[in-house]
Design a protein around this ligand. Structure first.
Ligand SMILES: [Zn+2]
Length: 326
């Protein structure tokens, strides 16, 4: 501030930079004002001052800014350890009363950068957690003996391998290999079941953004966006032979102990899923609020399907037994 002068008046502090006497006077004229009846009043209109100096309003303001920097001593940076008054760029920014939430540009930038750093640090922590979680998902599946999987699992594995172009070579599965049922919910539940049983494995190229970190160490992941592969065979059979093996299991049909139970259970699942899908579609058609299917709905659907299955033989309402369909 070698070539600057400080002039303080009524809470306004002018820091005059080197300039001609005429220009300094211009800055004084612009910032001149006083308190009248408790209100701040500018001595002259900007228009009057500008015309006296033969300038447009904007040109006057520009000149004044070059000549002097005005500070509002009543308004100080609210950032701790930085008690500087607010620099004013025009009259409109001057306040009579102290503005408590003012933060100077320098501190604002520092705060912004600090927030950015904190956000980046949080993002790195979340990323690390997601990587750890993905690693735990990947490690969950160990080689299995495909000769010992259930009839139901054999059917699903065979269907998935049939629908996939990669499965027989590498065991890798494309997303569209899982289109086994009409509804996404049932497809996802089949995938989840196979993963739980150790038939499916999570691939290490699964996208991290399909994993969500919830509170208290709880995780969520989008089943449909995970990259899946079949578990390795415990006897190191190539996948082409696994395909053959599960095909042979299915071909046993009635010869397999689980065949009848599987067929009954499988058709029940498909029928219930289809009926619920139909119900939801109809409900949406009538624009009812978002409907959640609970256990009661599923029970009602199962009951309706049971009656439907037997209606040719038994009139409705006579049976008190749980419906059974073969
Ligand atoms: Zn500050």
């Amino acid at each position: 501030m070698d070539d600057s002068r400080l002039v303080s008046e009524n809470g306004l502090l002018l820091c005059i930079h080197f300039a001609s006497q005429n220009q300094i006077q211009m800055a004084f004229d612009y910032w001149a004002g006083s308190i009248k009846d408790g209100e701040w009043v500018w001595a002259e209109q900007v228009k009057e001052i500008a015309s006296r100096y033969g300038l447009k309003d904007s040109a006057l303001l520009q000149k004044v800014r070059e000549v002097a920097t005005a500070f509002d001593v009543n308004t100080r940076c609210s950032s701790t350890s930085h008690d500087v008054p607010r620099a004013l760029s025009c009259r409109g920014e001057f306040r009579m009363s102290r503005a408590r939430d003012f933060i100077c540009e320098e501190c604002e930038n520092q705060l912004r950068q600090q927030r950015l750093r904190e956000e980046q640090e949080r993002a790195i922590v979340v990323l690390c957690k997601k990587k750890t979680f993905l690693a735990s998902l990947i490690a969950r599946t160990t080689p299995i003996d495909y000769a010992s999987i259930s009839y139901a699992d054999a059917v699903v594995v065979y269907s998935i391998m049939l629908a996939s172009n990669l499965a027989c070579e590498s065991g890798r599965l494309e997303g569209n290999a899982f289109r086994l049922c009409p509804s996404d919910a049932m497809n996802e539940s089949l995938v989840t079941q196979l993963f739980t049983k150790g038939v499916l494995a999570v691939r290490d190229d699964s996208p991290l953004d399909c994993i969500e970190v919830l509170e208290r160490g709880i995780w969520k992941y989008e089943v449909s966006r995970i990259n899946w592969r079949l578990a390795e065979d415990s006897r190191a059979l190539p996948f082409s032979e696994v395909f053959q093996l599960v095909g042979e299991v299915i071909d046993q049909r009635k010869g397999h102990a689980q065949f009848d139970a599987f067929v009954r259970d499988f058709w029940w699942k498909i029928a219930v899923d289809d009926a619920l899908y139909f119900l939801i579609t109809e409900i949406r058609k009538f624009r009812f609020p978002e409907y959640q299917c609970g256990q009661k709905t599923e029970k009602a659907v199962r009951y309706a399907l049971g009656c439907q299955g037997r209606s040719k033989r038994e009139p409705l309402g006579q049976s008190k037994r749980e419906p059974v369909v073969g």
